[in-house]
Design a protein around this ligand. Structure first.
Ligand SMILES: [Zn+2]
Length: 242
C-alpha cells in the first residue's frame, strides 16, 4: 500500500497518508481491483473515481508557458528499500529538500513506475521516477523524472543491486537521478489509492537515460504499474517556455 510513506510523525495536514497505510483494502493495476474500480473499492478511495483533479494527465495539454521556479537542494543521501508490493521505493534519510514559492518541502522517498504515468500526446516513456516531498503543513509536492533507453545509470544500478541483495541500506545521489531543469507544473493527486488531491506536480521536461536492461529489470520487479491518464478538466498546466 505504501507508495507514499512518510515517517508517522510527518503525517499531518490536508492529506491523510496514514489512512492509506492502515488500509487493508487491496488494489491492483488490472482486473476487478484495477484503476477503473479503485473508487469503488473503499470509501477512502472515492477521489480515485469522483475527483476532478486527478493524476496522471497528458502533458500535451499545456495551456500556459513560463519558467517554473523550483529550487532543488539535492545531493548524496543515505536510503533504505522498504517492502512495497506496488513499486520499488527508496526511502531517503532526512536532508534533501525542494523550495517553491518560499515553502520548503522535504524529500521523503522516491519510487518507480513502468511505463511512465504522465504522457506526452499519448506517448509514454518506458519508466518514470517520482520524488515525493512533504511541506511543513503536510502538503505534498512530487517531482517526476522520465527515463528513456540509452546509457546505463549508475544510480539505478546501485538501487537494483541493493534490491537484489536485499541490502538494508544504500547511498544514492538524488542530484544525479533528478538534475534540475525545465519542467511542467499543475495541481493533481496521488496516482495510487487513495488518490488524494492537492498534490503539487512537477515533471521535468528532459528525460534521463537508463539502459534497456535496467528498465527491463525494474519492469520485471514491478510489472506494469502505471495508472491510466486522467481528465485534465479545468486545470492550469504550465509548461516550459517554447
Ligand atoms: Zn508514483
Amino acid at each position: 500500500m505504501r507508495t507514499i510513506l512518510g515517517r508517522a510523525g510527518l503525517i499531518a495536514g490536508a492529506i491523510f497518508l496514514s489512512d492509506a497505510c492502515a488500509q487493508a483494502q487491496e488494489w491492483t493495476y488490472e482486473g476487478e481491483e484495477g484503476p477503473e474500480h479503485w473508487g469503488e473499492l473503499s470509501e477512502d478511495f472515492a477521489a480515485c473515481g469522483a475527483g476532478m483533479m486527478q493524476s496522471p494527465i497528458d502533458l500535451a495539454g499545456v495551456n500556459a508557458r513560463g519558467d517554473v521556479m523550483l529550487a532543488m537542494a539535492y545531493g548524496e543521501i543515505g536510503a533504505r528499500l522498504p517492502e512495497n508490493h506496488h513499486t520499488v521505493q527508496v526511502a531517503v534519510d532526512e536532508g534533501l529538500t525542494v523550495s517553491s514559492a518560499g515553502e520548503t518541502f522535504r524529500l521523503l522517498q522516491f519510487h518507480f513506475h513502468t511505463p511512465s504515468e504522465h504522457v506526452f500526446g499519448g506517448a509514454s516513456y518506458p519508466m518514470v521516477a517520482h520524488f515525493v516531498h512533504q511541506g511543513e503543513d503536510g502538503q505534498l509536492l512530487v517531482v517526476g523524472v522520465m527515463f528513456e533507453e540509452g546509457e546505463a545509470s549508475e544510480q539505478l544500478a546501485a538501487i537494483l543491486e541493493a534490491h537484489e541483495d536485499g541490502a538494508e541500506a544504500l547511498s544514492v545521489d538524488a542530484a544525479a537521478l533528478a538534475p534540475a531543469g525545465a519542467m511542467y507544473r499543475y495541481m493533481g493527486s496521488l496516482t495510487t489509492p487513495p488518490c488524494s488531491e492537492g498534490v503539487h506536480w512537477h515533471v521535468l521536461a528532459e528525460p534521463q537515460s537508463a539502459s534497456a536492461a535496467q528498465i527491463a529489470a525494474f519492469e520485471a520487479i514491478m510489472g506494469e504499474n502505471a495508472r491510466p491518464v486522467q481528465a485534465q478538466n479545468n486545470r492550469l498546466l504550465l509548461g516550459p517556455p517554447d
